[in-house]
Design a binder for this molecule. Structure first.
Ligand code: HEM
Length: 517
């Protein structure tokens, strides 16, 4: 099987806009379908962009509109508030795995916001043995799905105990979702103003029959909302904690911003309220931190892949021919960490996001642009170690031996950027107002971009604001430095996890005794 890896912003834009290049089973998405559905029914993430996907996507997108965010904001911020309460009760000297904590927050955000249920994951983090059946089933099923991705031939050995065990973990996860869908259907026709994910899913119709989706169709769709949202948001917040812990000047600036909005815990205001929706939108520096974290540590570090099984595809004004069946692999991590696209790409610098259109790629004449990395037929991917597949130029990275990306020298961005971009876009597309290709796309771009992006942004900002308003978070001595951390990173299907967890000391800004007095 042939694959080309694409890291150039202009080319990525073309790939993602090309109707013939789509998600296909040969690009690995079959594993996701297998995990979500016992019967191979399509889900939002892994299905091709056919009319069924279009119809469901359009209906579900309403649940993630800005109006829905404003309306259901309290459902988003409550999980963070519960986490704050819980952390206040913990002994600050003990170490806490904040990655696990934030996974719990994300599960509760999705269940509350999307399905009007509280799955109680945050509460589990504070009590008992810390396990949570639903979260654990998601994590375990994802791990088993990764095994299928690494060894697709396992499907043929369905009778082996280890393979049967994998399938059982999928069934366990699906049975949670069966119950959820059953509850949704039992609740009956949603009220007119109800635009939650569950209400919108019940409103979806199958374009072939014009009938509401059956439970077999609904289960993978609902499952996908959880699976696509829970660890992507949690790892992004976790990497933000990691980066902030190493940059005290960033934390100081964040605290000053929170204080300026009356959100910081101080001796005179020991238990500040969580930011409301309006305040959240005013926390510009926090937003910069999240964007910069997503640049350095894109959650979906694996990127995305496309293929066309029926014909050759010609890109870049015919300069590039992609033979039929070739996998075109969009490398988000490389795009966002390459000196071709960024000045000082290794530096965690939230201030770079003060620049207007900071996510737009600079105009580089086509001939000077790097284009594709070639994967030789004998190359194999080490799917357990993302550093091998996502070449960037960060400390601790080593050049991926199997992926040779041509680099060009750093192209400094100047004040004339706007004019240059307009001129270049006009040359490229004939339209000076065509949106510039992006050099930052953690949520991907084009028709298959992340439908949950608005929820992710609001939930991450709300949770991080509440955490930093109330606590100072420092890494325990056991946590590796960035180079060491890089080597421990793992992929859970496409998502970059810190293989170590994120062990931290969480110190209240105002001593707890003072808060209650
Ligand atoms: C920081 C958090 C998040 C990141 C970085 C992220 C990133 C992405 C990316 C890169 C894709 C495209 C995947 C591909 O091409 O295979 C995607 C798709 C998707 N995401 Fe997210 N996501 C996040 C949070 C969420 C949340 C919170 C939800 C919902 C609760 C969600 C739901 C989805 C769905 C349903 C799709 C499939 C969309 C489609 O193909 O129509 N995501 N996401």
């Amino acid at each position: 099987m042939q694959a080309v890896a694409v890291a150039d912003p202009y080319l990525i834009k073309e790939v993602l806009q090309c109707e013939d290049l789509d998600k296909r089973p040969n690009t690995g998405y079959w594993v996701v379908t297998k995990m979500m559905s016992a019967h191979g029914e399509p889900n939002l993430v892994s299905s091709e962009s056919d009319k069924y996907w279009r119809s469901v996507r359009k209906t579900v997108a309403v649940a993630f509109s800005s109006a829905a965010m404003r309306e259901n904001f309290s459902q988003i911020s409550t999980a963070g508030a519960e986490m704050v309460q819980l952390l206040r009760k913990r002994d600050p000297k003990t170490s806490i795995d904040m990655f696990r904590g934030l996974l719990c927050v994300s599960v509760d955000v999705i269940s509350r916001f999307g399905f009007k249920q509280n799955f109680g994951a945050v509460q589990s983090f504070g009590g008992g043995d810390g396990s949570h059946k639903f979260l654990d089933s998601l994590l375990i099923a994802t791990k088993e799905a990764q095994e299928f991705l690494k060894k697709p031939y396992r499907q043929l050995f369905w009778f082996l105990p280890s393979v049967k065990k994998s399938y059982q973990t999928f069934k366990d996860f699906q049975s949670f979702m069966e119950k959820l869908v059953h509850d949704m259907q039992e609740a009956g026709t949603p009220a007119d103003g109800d635009t939650t994910v569950s209400a919108q899913l019940l409103r979806c119709t199958d374009p072939d029959t014009s009938k509401p989706l059956t439970d077999k169709q609904l289960i993978p769709m609902a499952s996908m909302v959880f699976w696509a949202g829970y660890d992507t948001s949690a790892v992004t917040m976790t990497w933000a904690l990691y980066l902030i812990a190493q940059h005290p000047q960033v934390e100081a600036k964040l605290i000053a911003e929170l204080e300026a909005h009356g959100l910081l815990a101080t001796a005179s205001n020991p238990t500040p309220p969580p930011p409301n929706f309006k305040q959240l939108a005013q926390l510009d520096y926090l937003s910069n931190i999240v964007q910069e974290t997503q640049r350095l540590y894109p959650a979906v570090a694996f990127g995305t892949s496309r293929s066309c099984p029926t014909k050759d595809i010609h890109l870049d004004n015919g300069r590039l021919r992609i033979p039929r069946g070739t996998i075109v692999w969009v490398l988000t991590h490389s795009l966002q960490n390459s000196s071709s696209n960024w000045e000082q790409p290794d530096k965690f610098n939230p201030d770079r996001w003060d620049q207007p259109h900071a996510d737009a790629a600079a105009a580089i004449p086509p001939k000077a642009r790097p284009m594709v990395g070639h994967m030789e037929p004998h190359d194999s991917l080490d799917l357990d170690h993302p550093v091998n597949i996502a070449a960037g130029s960060r400390p601790g990275n080593y050049e991926a031996p199997q992926l040779r990306l041509t680099r060009i020298s750093s192209n400094a961005r100047s004040g004339e950027l706007e004019q240059k971009l307009a001129k270049f876009n006009e040359e490229q597309s004939g339209d000076p107002n065509a949106p510039a290709p992006k050099r930052w796309m953690p949520f991907m771009d084009g028709r298959r971009s992340c439908v949950g992006q608005p929820l992710a942004k609001v939930a991450m900002a709300s949770t991080l604001a509440q955490l930093y308003a109330n606590f100072s978070l420092t890494l325990t001595e056991a946590m590796p430095d960035p180079a060491g951390m890089r080597k421990k990173e793992t992929l859970a299907l496409a998502v970059l996890h810190p293989g170590t967890g994120m062990h931290m000391h969480v110190q209240p800004r105002v001593p707890v005794k003072q808060q209650s007095s």
